[in-house]
Design a protein around this ligand. Sequence first.
Ligand SMILES: *[C@@H]1O[C@H](CO)[C@@H](O)[C@H](O)[C@H]1NC(C)=O
Ligand SMILES: *[C@@H]1O[C@H](CO)[C@@H](O)[C@H](O)[C@H]1NC(C)=O
Ligand SMILES: *[C@@H]1O[C@H](CO)[C@@H](O)[C@H](O)[C@H]1NC(C)=O
Ligand SMILES: *[C@@H]1O[C@H](CO)[C@@H](O)[C@H](O)[C@H]1NC(C)=O
Ligand SMILES: *[C@@H]1O[C@H](CO)[C@@H](O)[C@H](O)[C@H]1NC(C)=O
Ligand SMILES: *[C@@H]1O[C@H](CO)[C@@H](O)[C@H](O)[C@H]1NC(C)=O
Ligand SMILES: *[C@@H]1O[C@H](CO)[C@@H](O)[C@H](O)[C@H]1NC(C)=O
Ligand SMILES: *[C@@H]1O[C@H](CO)[C@@H](O)[C@H](O)[C@H]1NC(C)=O
Ligand SMILES: *[C@@H]1O[C@H](CO)[C@@H](O)[C@H](O)[C@H]1NC(C)=O
Ligand SMILES: [Fe+2]
Length: 497
Amino acid sequence: MAIRLWALCLTLAATNAVPSYYDGYQTVDRPTQPVQMRIAYNGPYGVTVSWNTFQQIQRPTVRFAEEPYFLYRTASSEDSTTYPTSLTYSNHVRLNGLLPDTQYYEQYLIDGSNSSQPLSFRTAKEAGNHEPFTVGVVVDMGTFGPLGLSTATGVGAANPLRPGEHTTIQTLSQQLSELDFVVHPGDLSYADAWLKEEIQRYLPNTSRIDNPTVYEHINNAFYDELVNITSYKPYMVSPGNHEANCDNGGTKDKTNGVTYTEAICPVGQTNFTGFRNRFRMPSGPSGGLENFWYSYDYGMAHFVSIDTETDLGHGLTGPDEGSPEFSGPFGLMNQQLDWLEKDLASVDRRKTPWVVVLGHRPFYNSAGGICTNCSANFEPLFHRYGVDLYFCGHSHVYNRNAPIYNNVTDPRELNNPNSTWYIVNGAAGHYDGLDTLNYPLMPYTRYAQDQDYSFSKLIFHNCSHLTQQAVWSSNGSVYDEATLFKDRDCAKGLWKE
Ligand SMILES: *[C@@H]1O[C@H](CO)[C@@H](O)[C@H](O)[C@H]1NC(C)=O
Ligand SMILES: *[C@@H]1O[C@H](CO)[C@@H](O)[C@H](O)[C@H]1NC(C)=O
Ligand SMILES: *[C@@H]1O[C@H](CO)[C@@H](O)[C@H](O)[C@H]1NC(C)=O
Ligand SMILES: *[C@@H]1O[C@H](CO)[C@@H](O)[C@H](O)[C@H]1NC(C)=O
Ligand SMILES: *[C@@H]1O[C@H](CO)[C@@H](O)[C@H](O)[C@H]1NC(C)=O
Ligand SMILES: *[C@@H]1O[C@H](CO)[C@@H](O)[C@H](O)[C@H]1NC(C)=O
Ligand SMILES: *[C@@H]1O[C@H](CO)[C@@H](O)[C@H](O)[C@H]1NC(C)=O
Ligand SMILES: *[C@@H]1O[C@H](CO)[C@@H](O)[C@H](O)[C@H]1NC(C)=O
Ligand SMILES: *[C@@H]1O[C@H](CO)[C@@H](O)[C@H](O)[C@H]1NC(C)=O
Ligand SMILES: [Fe+2]
């Protein structure tokens, strides 16, 4: 591994006849070439198109239309932004006034000319549209390949990929046509594993402490690897603990008896800086806050993304365990909770009978990592406003629980429960492999596995039936499936909650 990386660096150094820009994964020869293209919903009739470049763009501009032949509409912004240590700029442009459930084609203006091939995305089904749809869910997914999870591991790391084993990104890409969009509630790229990877001799000891580029390389590599997903399907993200800073709040070098704290992180690699730069989640249209908390509608479902890492409310600045102590708050005291209550209270259940919350940390789980400060604050609101499903990760296992409230399992199970259903699937894969289940499993756990990498699909059939499938990343097979039934009269749009 080390030899391969060194060889790459030497090759780059030797071939500098044409200027080239290396981001840790790929080399481009123009500093304005778009990389890491990604789409996010932004309000009922809008999307945000984002991409990175090695150079700042004066006025990021996108041409777009319903047909690829003549992209007659133009949108621009002044939003070409970076931060100390970043190797790239994040560019964001909002496209507004779009028709719902419609295919659009877009291209990026490069140096004032139309140089990129059009890409294409589909806008959200309008709230109240009760047609079926499917959402891909990945949580805790890191960079695959030589900078992250591969067939090799460092000393003490576990669960390497088997030779030829497909990654979650590969299998998700193969199944992309089945998915309307993808959600990733936290822990993206695991760039903060760089120091651990160096300590464990997985990466060469090139840059310990004084060179921040390894962290940035891992970040860029992740978004480069994801490009065939994020270019075509909206990709909605939430904050996880690994977005907080450069070393997950502290990394131990046991061999040399050194403990690195967050204090080694340079400006740019603390306090969710990269995450704040890279995305523009729809907090504007939903009254939320940056990429931290926001909501959006898709057809018959209202999706809410919460922040389990900071801003818990009631004076709690973060979760009790693994707290990113030197991060946030981003809002005022109780701002997130007050927003959540208002957001849930304003849902029109006739239009969007389903309410799904995405967040990073579990409230119920058979592999630890339970954030009791999160559940103390959020769970009463979930119950009061009839949230159907909370989907999370953080724990690197799959754990489907029963509907539950206040640690009491709903006796109706999935047959019209009035408690929220809790699912954990943090097994998408990253450098540190999988976690292990604690036996005996919690009495509310209905299916759990800690053996292999996986992601999930949420299939919204109609106003009364929602299926969750857990899928092996290695071969795309469904290994667990369960359907939540809610007794609602779909034809009338009238039901008890
Ligand atoms: C870019 O393409 C649009 C149509 O898609 C056209 O109107 C415009 O003139 C082109 N601009 C350049 C600089 O080629
Ligand atoms: C690895 O990094 C440590 C800490 O910077 C340094 O003390 C050590 O000499 C380095 N080892 C090698 C082989 O470069
Ligand atoms: C994306 O898809 C293209 C075309 O199939 C392929 O050449 C490229 O390698 C893919 N990129 C990644 C990062 O998988
Ligand atoms: C989380 O809650 C516990 C009590 O359950 C408290 O002791 C701890 O300080 C809280 N953590 C934070 C970061 O607020
Ligand atoms: C993190 O950033 C927010 C927003 O800029 C700021 O209010 C907060 O004080 C920062 N927290 C720390 C620990 O630097
Ligand atoms: C919830 O109940 C389980 C047993 O059913 C118990 O092990 C666990 O400690 C309880 N959790 C809390 C937060 O009370
Ligand atoms: C939920 O259902 C249980 C019976 O399964 C009932 O005892 C309880 O009152 C219900 N709660 C609400 C808020 O409807
Ligand atoms: C809703 O979808 C489920 C699963 O496909 C199906 O069994 C049920 O009949 C549908 N209900 C209505 C009212 O369409
Ligand atoms: C798919 O992968 C899983 C986990 O890697 C394995 O247990 C299962 O046997 C595979 N199924 C098929 C049909 O190959
Ligand atoms: Fe996490």
